[in-house]
Design a protein around this ligand. Structure first.
Ligand code: FAD
Length: 242
């Protein structure tokens, strides 16, 4: 007698705490028909997934930080802020994720042959990793500015080195890189130098004063404060679906 075919499952392959309250998790599918497999084959920079840890959990959006189609793998980086992100943080390698849906959202526009400035703050740094990678591989001259409150929260900086022509680190307290906000670094870099600024909006700036990122500039802020300088703001990534 043949055994029934098992439906695909989404399994946590790795989960690591990379900063206070911030986790780096990879989910893989048990078969090519699984959600992580599908997402890993189709996702573009700037897209997100909806994920639910278990029956009691809510579906929450998380930006796709990286994919690897050969491994049917989707990497997500999240900050614990409430019930559902706390549930996700308790998962261990080998645990099943109940639902994973995606890729969702409009992919980021990827220009070619331009000078671009990519800005990320706090956990929003994860959202700009694939965007900076796409821009770099499309032949742009890429400057990345990363900011956080303090050095422990300055995540993924080594992963930007191979995909940035210049990497500028900022901390509010001066514990790493230059002291001050990403906007200070941007003001110095931007004058007449770039064609586009994809900026990640700080995800939880309004509520996590202890561990959250420094507020990042919105495109409107960039345009207003830099009027006369005139970089073209293409998109903002990582914070909201709308
Ligand atoms: C398109 C998109 C992509 C995202 N990508 C990421 C990502 O890659 N990594 C990541 O860590 N987070 C990301 N987020 C935010 C993430 O979805 C929320 O942090 C998560 O839904 C919170 O769920 P929770 O049940 O843990 O907290 P909840 O219990 O829902 O929330 C706890 C408290 O925080 C408030 N809150 C929840 N989310 C936010 C928010 N974004 N800003 C301000 N206040 C909020 C709630 O109103 C509530 O008061 C993304 C959000 C969107 C819309």
């Amino acid at each position: 007698m043949t055994s029934p075919i098992k439906p695909p499952q989404e399994i946590v392959s790795t989960i690591t705490k990379i900063a206070p309250k911030i986790y780096d998790m990879t989910v893989v599918s048990t078969s090519e028909e699984g959600s992580a497999a599908l997402i890993s084959r189709n996702a573009k920079a700037g897209q997100f997934v909806m994920i639910r840890a278990d029956e009691e959990g809510e579906r929450i959006p998380l930006t796709i930080a990286q994919t690897e189609a050969k491994k049917r793998a989707v990497r997500l980086i999240f900050q614990v802020v409430g019930t559902s992100t706390h549930k996700l943080s308790l998962l261990k390698p080998g645990d099943q994720v109940l639902n994973l849906a995606g890729p969702l959202g409009k992919p980021s526009e990827v220009v070619e042959g331009k000078k671009v400035l990519v800005i990320g703050g706090g956990v929003g740094i994860a959202a700009i990793l694939p965007i900076a990678g796409s821009l770099y591989h499309a032949g742009n001259d890429v400057t990345v500015v990363l900011g956080a409150r303090t050095r422990d929260l300055l995540i993924l900086k080594d992963e930007f080195k191979p995909i940035a022509h210049r990497l500028v680190l900022c901390t509010d307290d001066g514990s790493e890189g230059r002291k001050g906000f990403v906007t200070d670094a941007m003001n110095d870099l931007v004058a007449g130098q770039v064609d586009a600024i994809p900026a990640s909006q700080a995800l939880h700036a309004s509520r996590s004063s202890k561990t959250g990122p420094a507020p990042s500039p919105s495109p409107r802020t960039v345009r207003t404060t830099q009027s006369g300088i005139g970089p073209r703001v293409l998109y903002r990534s990582g914070a909201r679906a709308t």
